[in-house]
Design a protein around this ligand. Sequence first.
Ligand code: PLP
Length: 443
Amino acid sequence: MDAAKTVIPDLEALWMPFTANRQYKAAPRLLASASGMYYTTHDGRKVLDGCAGLWCVAAGHSRKEIVDAIAQQAATLDYAPPFQMGHPLEFEAATKVAALMPKGLDRIFFTNSGSESVDTALKIALAYHRARGEGQRTRIIGRERGYHGVGFGGLGVGGIGPNRKMWSANVMPGTDHLPATLNIAEAAFSKGQPQWGAHLADDLERLVALHDASNIAAVIVEPMAGSAGVLIPPVGYLEKLREITSKHGILLIFDEVITAFGRLGAATAAERLKVTPDLITMAKAINNAAVPMGAVAVRREVHDAVINATPQGGIELPHGYTYSGHPLAMAACIATLDLYKRDKLFERAAELAPKFEAAVHGLRGAPYVKDIRNLGLVAGVELESRPGAPGARAYEAFLKCLELGVLVRYTGDILAFSPPLIISEAEIDQLFDTVRQALQSIQ
Ligand code: PLP
């Protein structure tokens, strides 16, 4: 296709997600194709992908191995019903995903998105306690500034005010929230995990005292929070959460929708940060985002408790999706995980991390930069907000970067970076040089 000849279609019918629809449609930005580290826009400009699409295209775009696997699968078995029937690839994919999870988390449930993975994990947590005769454990603890997708369950445990306010009374009840871990006054410009903040996990003891452990089913956190603006866990914080949840029989869920599959330089954040939860939610890079897909990894004992609570022949978990284990998603997943292994992409992310860290911290002193945070191949640059116009400055920086040929992500006044793991050192320099230029050219 000649991208330069792509015509802008009629934009009116589509109600775009998480988008300022009127602003966008007044000046649309369209992507026409993608390959490796680059998108091509509708008007034929090459754009370096600084955020792996939406934290998800870890192996780079349109990889032949994945494209071929999907095409072949579509021609062989386009769809198979997942309830009371199965097809070989979903079992193969589950075995491959399980092999990448921390020891013990080897039972895998497939979904189609991060939001579905979160809601699935919350339901499994409740089912587990019920199966053990502790059905009163229904309360679930999330964290302020946490993002767990857009289902009513994920909204309930999520901690981003603007996402909740329209549905405030209807988000999942019975939740409470830990405090967010970011504190710029104490830990600005931390490289990697901040030294300050482990004590914030002690707040869980306060919530246990308030609600009583016998009523609490689970704690869910992102080990590294991405969507609210890259919040890196303080040294010792996740360890403390693990210790307190174990002490009180509360399940610990890591939402690894962003961190799973190499982002921090290991298969999971749990592996990289050496803290093992009871459940892990994932999506995005599980199949390089080539077909919608998510999954939940569950500790074997949790799985077994639920399975064994129902007599033989009974459906143990009345939950699942028409597209759970969809053949095309499974084919993409198997090809993707093979590609990660063959090209040692998780190791590559770990090797590139020091260079990435040095490059992003090189922005210290650039206009408006008030904090820089990073871990693995993720970084956030927080800008001073323009008085009376929160978010406007980062939006303009995003537009300027795009004009200069780099796609970045912004949330509030924070720029977020999470490139495909195949990025070169020269492209890392290009990414942050462009951001510097953009910051120098905006108000
Ligand atoms: N959980 C986390 C940690 C996420 O970052 C996201 C999306 O960015 C989700 C859940 C929701 O995923 P999805 O948009 O695929 O529903």
